[in-house]
Design a protein around this ligand. Structure first.
Ligand SMILES: NC(=O)c1ccc[n+]([C@@H]2O[C@H](COP(=O)([O-])OP(=O)(O)OC[C@H]3O[C@@H](n4cnc5c(N)ncnc54)[C@H](OP(=O)(O)O)[C@@H]3O)[C@@H](O)[C@H]2O)c1
Length: 252
């Protein structure tokens, strides 16, 4: 797939974008990049201090004042997701996109050492919460002229392998969710849903899965932002229901 090297500086002007897992890693990087390209960001994470740090960075860089939503995706029920969508609507008035970047991960272990409690958390944060949050936000997204929902996949969701256990299973479910939701939104062409797989990148999760690796030898989170910007912005308007791997590709 060929994408533009750079999105226009105002590619996300006047858009409101919700980023989950915005306090760290790829979510933080994307929140900063989206704000730099004109969006107002709704920062969602479970750690107030990390969200405040991203808030400060956006404001210091001259971005629109973000909104902060401290929220534990593992603990939320239907009512919680609906209330969150209502709060976004009340404070920000609109929603043009969601980047689901938050993820739960424990460790790489054989299945016989993984617990049901861990699986419940993995399936909740990585799969059920992206579904429930998107569903709760659909009325807002339906009112937007060009809405983009991005689920963040994982290489082992595509190619499951020993020791990746519930984390890989939860991520593989996003592929089915992407197809199902895209087909159900066929008559709503101004909302597109895709999954982006970051692949090899120096992210906090990578340091947990490959602790012995030299992080300086990896692509950095900023290197992936052309994909994140393109898939959130107007240049990918026609792209829907796709599983897109960043790994190994360079934007041209
Ligand atoms: N090879 C690949 O394809 C690949 C590689 C890297 C990443 N990824 C995916 O890319 C995404 C971002 O990865 P990353 O390394 O940047 O991740 P990260 O920084 O480790 O975690 C992402 C964020 O999720 C938040 N989070 C975790 N549980 C949460 C919960 N219950 N409620 C709310 N927020 C929660 C974390 O908050 P705290 O800061 O409070 O913990 C963190 O800010 C993930 O979805 C990951 O699976 C894929």
């Amino acid at each position: 797939m060929t994408i533009p090297t750079q999105s226009a500086p105002d590619a996300l002007k006047d858009r409101v974008i919700l980023v989950t897992g915005a306090g760290a890693g790829l979510g933080r990087e994307a929140a900063l990049a989206y704000a730099k390209h004109g969006a107002t960001i709704a920062l969602l994470g479970r750690n107030d201090k990390k969200l405040e740090a991203v808030y400060d960075e956006i404001v210091a860089a001259g971005g629109a004042e973000p909104a902060m939503f401290p929220f534990d995706l593992a603990a939320a029920d239907d009512d919680g997701f609906e209330r969150l969508a209502g709060t976004i609507s009340y404070h920000l008035k609109r929603l043009d996109g969601i980047l689901h970047s938050a993820a739960a991960f424990f460790s790489l272990t054989p299945l016989h050492l993984q617990t049901l409690e861990q699986w419940n958390t993995l399936l909740k944060v990585n799969l059920a919460a992206p579904f429930a949050l998107t569903r709760a936000c659909l009325p807002l997204l339906k009112s937007a002229p060009d809405a983009s929902v991005i689920f963040t996949g994982e290489t082992h969701g595509n190619k499951p392998a020993a020791y990746w256990g519930g984390y890989a299973v939860s991520k593989s479910g996003l592929h089915a969710l992407t197809t199902i939701l895209s087909e159900e939104l066929e008559q709503t062409p101004h909302i597109r849903v895709n999954t982006l797989i970051p692949g090899l990148v120096n992210s906090p999760l990578r340091r947990k899965t490959h602790p012995a690796e030299d992080p300086d030898t990896l692509p950095q989170t900023a290197d992936l932002m052309p994909w994140y910007l393109w898939l959130m912005g107007p240049d990918s308007r026609e792209v829907r229901g796709q599983i897109i791997e960043c790994a190994g590709e360079k934007p041209v």
